[in-house]
Write a protein that binds this ligand. Structure first.
Ligand SMILES: [Zn+2]
Length: 195
């Protein structure tokens, strides 16, 4: 059977055909996907992490003191304006071997980042405001992730109620691109050995 993969690439569209027995187009599609992603993530901008906190969180977090978070889904709003762009920062969020430095490090170590929305040239506080206007989000801990911000009650928000298609709705309003966390992990980590 012949399969077809259609990929938008800049102003062009790449169409790849392949037979089922040959996975070369899958490899090329994966490479193109990562390349496109890299181009956007190399830039400065803001991002939103969708974090699954399956077992909740209990612990002391810097100046905030004792923090208790219920099991559930959370959004974290951040920005990256240094060298390495958003890619470097998001890579850190996804690493499980980091030393906790920021408030959010404790949460990404306790839970799982499942999706990332990257928005070039935007401000995380604007993103937070637009998201709060769109969906049912609450502030679980005042000041969490927003020590340097005098505008937001927190940069970590809890998702209340149904979160189906949440990132899809958000991207319609703020633009940017959604990345499944798995697509940004190194291939060796994303595809565990079957041996
Ligand atoms: Zn803010």
């Amino acid at each position: 059977m012949l399969t077809m993969t259609v990929l938008p690439l800049g102003n062009a569209t790449v169409v790849l055909f392949n037979a089922e027995f040959c996975d070369i187009s899958v490899m090329i599609a994966d490479w193109l996907y990562k390349m496109q992603g890299d181009e956007l993530l190399k830039r400065s901008g803001s991002y939103v992490l969708l974090i699954e906190l399956e077992n909740g969180f209990e612990g002391s977090v810097g100046m905030l003191g004792e923090v208790n978070l219920l099991a559930g889904r959370y959004l974290y709003f951040g920005s990256a304006r240094g060298p390495g762009g958003m890619a470097a920062r998001i890579n850190r969020h996804l690493r499980s071997d980091k030393k906790p430095h920021w408030h959010i490090d404790r949460i990404t170590l306790a839970g799982q980042v499942s999706e990332i929305l990257a928005v070039p040239e935007d401000h995380e506080c604007d993103l937070r405001e637009k998201a709060m206007a769109l969906m049912n989000l609450t502030v679980p801990v005042k000041g969490f992730g927003s020590s340097d911000c005098n505008r937001c009650p927190a940069h970590l928000l809890a998702i209340s109620g149904d979160s189906t298609g949440l990132f899809a709705r958000l991207v319609e309003t703020v633009g940017g691109k959604i990345y499944p966390a798995m697509s940004l992990l190194p291939t060796t980590a994303a595809q565990p050995s079957t041996v």
